[in-house]
Design a protein around this ligand. Sequence first.
Ligand code: ADP
Ligand code: ASP
Ligand code: MG
Length: 420
Amino acid sequence: MSRLVMKFGGTSVGDVERIARVARIVAAERQPGRGLAVVVSAMSGETDRLVGLARAAAGEGGNGPVLGGADFNDEYDVVVSTGEQVTTGLLALALRRLGIPARSWQNWQIPVRTDAAHAKARVAEIADEDIGASIDAGIVAIVPGFQGITEGERITTLGRGGSDTSAVALAAALKAERCDIYTDVDGVYTTDPRIVAKARRLEKISYEEMLEMASLGAKVLQTRSVELAFAKGVPVRVLSSFVEPGAPNPGTLVCPEDEIVEKQVVSGVAYSRDEAKVTLLGVEDHPGVAADIFGVLSDANVNVDMIVQAEARQPGRQNIVFTCPDREATRAVEAMGAVRDRIGVEDIHVRRDVAKVSVIGIGMKSQVGVARTMFQALAQKGVNIEAIATSEIKISVLIDAAYTELAVRALHTAYGLDAA
Ligand code: ADP
Ligand code: ASP
Ligand code: MG
């Protein structure tokens, strides 16, 4: 017996016609001796709509979850998890229409256990026996992505884009041969194909590179799904749900580094506009100050990313710049404002119109001059760099958000990634 997990994102199940095509794609993967489990997202736009309802009911305007609000997040999860339940039933019906035995499995029926961190839960354990036996008997299982259930039987969600992680976790639990992620693009590209027309589809990408790409802004796979696939050794393929079965659809394979023969110095460019830059001016300079500041931010649930520290003009003072997700900027400034006098900070500034642009590649490990190419390409376009962060396989720069697309295109060209 072999097993395959397939996942379809929101646009792919956006209406009943698309769900019918998904059913045909699933039908084409049926083979004797192979069990199929299909993870689905909510119809596109549906999760946003549900988030809006939850926030309105709680008296919160705007869009997006209020992460960290303990008396909001548990019921937020109850509301936003419903979108996926609808698509499981619809796909099961569409498969039965084709004469294929199929049933939906809600997370409590499997069960898929998570921790209790509402709105950003992590999968702890998936009981594979019942669902495994059912798919082995030829009944296609349709599972709602993005959610699970705690030991206390409360519904949780895994964070936006979490259906990718559901699919990989299920593939690991079922010991599936592969996890196929069907989406609205036909693979992982050298950069977001929606902003760079010359972006190229990659045939393969290593887990390490994909992890950096995802965490640096390429939303084609949720970061946690790549982490999990890497840790559990699940081969992941990203491919299009917009082609009829039988048409060529090679997609992109996310795989171990040693399976990639030609290692590019730079394989991809990612960007994120969800950034804010906070500057702490004239901070008293003595041991323990950084620990104090970043301790306060951590207690306030602020995810700090880049950090730059430099001597200030006044003796005995320094300036500290850090970045965090834009939606956490207000919280960060409030938290710093509250301890400003105690820590000794002269002034606090925040800039929200910044973006992070990153180049990623495993070949960088053994190549010099990668940073120079990046800085030269940006300088030629007159783009100013406000902060820099590096790891073994990536370089990120913080820039004015207005230059995001210009910078991404310039870097894509500078590293020779443009399609012919
Ligand atoms: P789904 O609803 O199927 O989960 P998402 O919208 O979450 O789909 O992810 C697919 C989108 O990711 C694409 O439409 C594309 O705009 C975006 N994207 C960003 N970077 C990349 C990249 N490097 N390669 C492919 N797609 C990317
Ligand atoms: N429907 C959820 C979201 O929009 C999960 C997902 O699509 O992966 O974030
Ligand atoms: Mg997604």
